[in-house]
Design a protein around this ligand. Structure first.
Ligand code: GLY
Ligand code: MN
Ligand code: MN
Length: 463
């Protein structure tokens, strides 16, 4: 964990930005896979980690905005736990490591919350995403699980989004570590991408690399020669010569900071001319987004600029036609690029998504766009120094989407459907880097994973 003062300072800022009442932040608990004692790997709640730092189960933090008190609730282990789990640090000592002097047994939380409710005090809580915490909140607050998101505190959500959006120097160090693990994962995957290799073997190998770096992948690995399926978790295919392997994967550090990269490699180590041409367009869109990203510019505008690079490149190849700006305005590029350019990243790979994308990615000034493709953009608002974001344009040939647009005559002014047919079995290409927004621009986090077609081929041929 970071030094105690990091957490103390974060809580101080949180208290300053919430007007009154008490703030309740729940940690997560172990969750069973197939019987109670066989649990999924434990993942602490990210806001709990941000303010209270302790990566262990069944804890809750309460911050009293009016009195300034900060309390952690949790239990000390007993002798039976010590026999099975080994010696444990006393709970109050763990609390002290994150600057908390008051700690109580977990069950005292019920009394604390019920007293606050009796006194008609505001209890600020976050929208829960785990069944266990929905049940707990139901007991603590008497709000049924399906109503809790509605009653979650908007004031608290906004205060947390403001704080967590701007990464501190100690957080950037962690994000660079996550990027370094991601580098090794991706270079290893590239080198393994040979005909006859089972996708699962590569996915398992790079998952192992993330674990060897101390933690786990930051999300389930996406790896497939069917890269046109955006989040393809099926790794059952045997790689074939002439196909493209898309790998979207990252690592989480021991401190739970994430990386998230995508690379697309030609199975066997050599791009065909057709692959190289599409690849160069995606790379140009990625480079353009990096070149543009800086404080004060909306990521929505960067997304649209990347879309123009894609539409322009596809026009040059004869797949699109007409005026590029008009094509992007009409959303015609989304046949090939049907997702957003990127998202915030930090303690979560899609940072703070549990708090509500609308609060993380948009504000009063920049509102979401309700158009197929751009509607999936998770981050649209103005960039600020200290944001860490992803830059992940792509071009995909999704047969079902092509058929739908063709049948429904969607954007026929901008799409050459006959030419598109020639790419029906192409697959997909996505290239994703992680960016830190700086004073005047941005920098790529970590050493950039081989990305030009020549760099990728050289890496693969040196396997
Ligand atoms: N992890 C999927 C993505 O790139 O957002
Ligand atoms: Mn990704
Ligand atoms: Mn991403």
């Amino acid at each position: 964990m970071f030094e105690a003062k990091t957490y103390t300072e974060r809580r101080r800022k949180l208290k300053e930005s919430v007007s009154e009442g008490i703030i309740l932040i729940l940690g997560n608990v172990d969750s069973p896979m197939n019987y109670p004692a066989n649990t999924f790997h434990f993942r602490q709640d990210s806001s709990f980690l941000y303010f209270f730092g302790l990566d262990m189960q069944q804890l809750a933090g309460v911050i009293d905005v009016d009195t300034g008190e900060e309390i952690l609730f949790g239990n000390d282990v007993d002798i039976e736990d010590i026999i099975w789990m080994g010696p444990q640090v006393p709970f109050k000592d763990n609390a002290a490591k994150v600057g908390i002097q008051q700690s109580f047994p977990f069950n005292k939380l019920f009394e604390t919350i019920s007293e606050a409710i009796k006194k008609d005090r505001k209890v600020h809580f976050l929208p829960p995403y785990r069944a266990e915490n929905k049940l707990l909140l139901q007991e603590l607050l008497g709000i049924s699980a399906n109503k809790q998101a509605e009653y979650a505190s908007l004031e608290l959500i906004k205060a947390i989004v403001n704080l967590r959006s701007i990464k501190e120097a100690c957080e950037i160090d962690e994000l660079v570590k996550a990027a370094n693990a991601g580098y090794e994962m991706h270079v290893t995957a590239m080198k393994m991408a040979q005909p006859g290799v089972w996708e699962q073997k590569i996915a398992g190998t790079i998952e192992g690399i993330s674990i060897a770096h101390g933690s786990v992948p930051s999300f389930p690995i996406i790896l497939s020669q069917n890269g046109e399926t955006l989040h393809n978790h099926d790794h059952s295919n045997i790689l074939e010569e002439g196909r493209l392997m898309l790998v979207d994967a990252g690592a989480e550090t021991t401190m739970r900071y994430a990386s998230d990269f995508t690379r697309t490699s030609p199975v066997g180590g050599k791009f065909t001319q057709k692959q190289r041409e599409i690849y160069e367009i995606v790379l140009a869109a990625n480079n353009r987004a990096t070149e543009l990203s800086k404080p004060g510019l909306t990521y929505l505008s960067v997304h649209l600029e990347a879309a123009k690079v894609i539409a322009g490149g596809l026009k040059d190849l004869g797949l699109m036609k007409g005026d590029v700006d008009a094509a992007v305005k009409a959303g015609a590029h989304a046949l090939f690029f049907p997702h957003g350019l990127g998202h915030m990243m930090g303690l979560d790979v899609h940072d703070m998504e549990d708090l509500g994308q609308i609060h993380v990615g948009y504000d009063d000034e920049t509102r979401p766009v309700d158009q197929f493709g751009t509607a999936y953009l998770r981050l649209g608002r103005k960039l600020q120094k200290g944001f860490v974001i992803t830059n992940e344009p792509g071009i995909y040939f999704i047969p079902a989407l092509i058929d739908k647009w063709k049948a429904e005559k969607i954007n026929t002014d901008f799409i050459n459907f006959d030419k598109v047919e020639e790419y029906r079995n192409f697959g997909g290409i996505r290239l994703e880097d992680d960016l830190l927004i700086t004073d005047n621009g941005c920098e790529i986090l970590g050493k950039r994973i081989p990305i030009t077609p020549d760099e990728v081929e050289t890496t693969m041929q040196n396997a």
